[in-house]
Design a protein around this ligand. Sequence first.
Ligand SMILES: NC(=O)c1ccc[n+]([C@@H]2O[C@H](COP(=O)([O-])OP(=O)(O)OC[C@H]3O[C@@H](n4cnc5c(N)ncnc54)[C@H](OP(=O)(O)O)[C@@H]3O)[C@@H](O)[C@H]2O)c1
Length: 333
Amino acid sequence: MTNGQINNSGSSTSPGGPVLVTGASGFIGGCIVRLLQERGNNVRAMCRPSSNRSHLPPETEWVTGDIRDRDDVCRAVEGCAGVYHCAGFVGPTHYRLSDFEEINVSGTRNVMRASAEAGVTRVVHTSSIAAIGGGDGQLVDESISDQNLMRGYALSKRKSETVALESNNHGLQVVVINPGVVYGPRDRYFGRLIEMHIKGRLKLIAFAQRSLCLAYVDDVASAHIAAMERGESGQRYIVASPAVTLGGFLRTLSSVSGVRPPLWTVPDVVGKAAFALAWGTSPVTRFRPPLRMSELSGPGPAYDGSKAERELGVTYTPLREGLTRTVEWMRSR
Ligand SMILES: NC(=O)c1ccc[n+]([C@@H]2O[C@H](COP(=O)([O-])OP(=O)(O)OC[C@H]3O[C@@H](n4cnc5c(N)ncnc54)[C@H](OP(=O)(O)O)[C@@H]3O)[C@@H](O)[C@H]2O)c1
């Protein structure tokens, strides 16, 4: 697997200087910083002035700024050997589309341009399986680009990935990582479902047969580091464990946590009615349901994370082990 060193002898990164991690206050960016620090790499961590930095050691080199501001980004990348661009706006139910455009798309453009201008050799860009999309029941690999992505988060991740890959032609090597749904200690999104379950608040579920493509956060961070060292530039790599159903996931979680599984499984027709109501009232509630009605009929797509295993040396943490560490962390807080 990766040892987190930046390869100074080959063509993959320029020598000297720290590596910058944008979004270092976040779930995935914070894990990348921690793994790089454990490996003894020289890391510069970027976050906003308001960000929580308490998860990283006090000796961490921080640079503050907003990725929407070109000057902030230029200052952050100055002198860096490589950049992990992990900052992003994650809000699949967020209503205002312009926030996705400004942070995910324009912010990525700023990072790519500033990196090229500063002579950074290699950028690893954090994309998502949401940027790939895929049809119902399809096993999706890196060759697929669904042309029918939902506006909002998914479309902004596709656009930012396109900006990143187009920058690969301008003296910069760009590698893209497409994680599945990431879980683990410090998760602020999917972790809410796990937390509800271990607190005994998850009483019912719907869409129990829908597929979930999860990725444990340390695997995602390790994949980023391996991509910096030996990922092929201009390529994307899906990082996702084999799919499980939502029902199967909850059974494993129950067995790990010792908390009973939800008592009721609601028929899909009831789940669909709830989604229809949420879509109908969306302009008033300003809540954007994460899936379209047309996406609710079948199991959804599954994602093939084997290229990252073969080419980046990723070894996927078994779900039971990842959930054990996550539940332990949640209970220790
Ligand atoms: N979580 C997942 O399941 C998942 C799956 C696939 C892909 N991804 C992608 O992975 C990346 C990181 O996601 P995450 O789960 O780690 O989310 P997160 O915990 O919300 O982290 C996002 C990071 O971006 C920073 N950020 C947001 N807006 C910014 C701005 N305008 N300027 C500078 N920094 C800004 C945040 O700063 P603050 O701390 O100040 O908010 C935070 O450090 C995102 O690009 C996301 O699309 C996530």
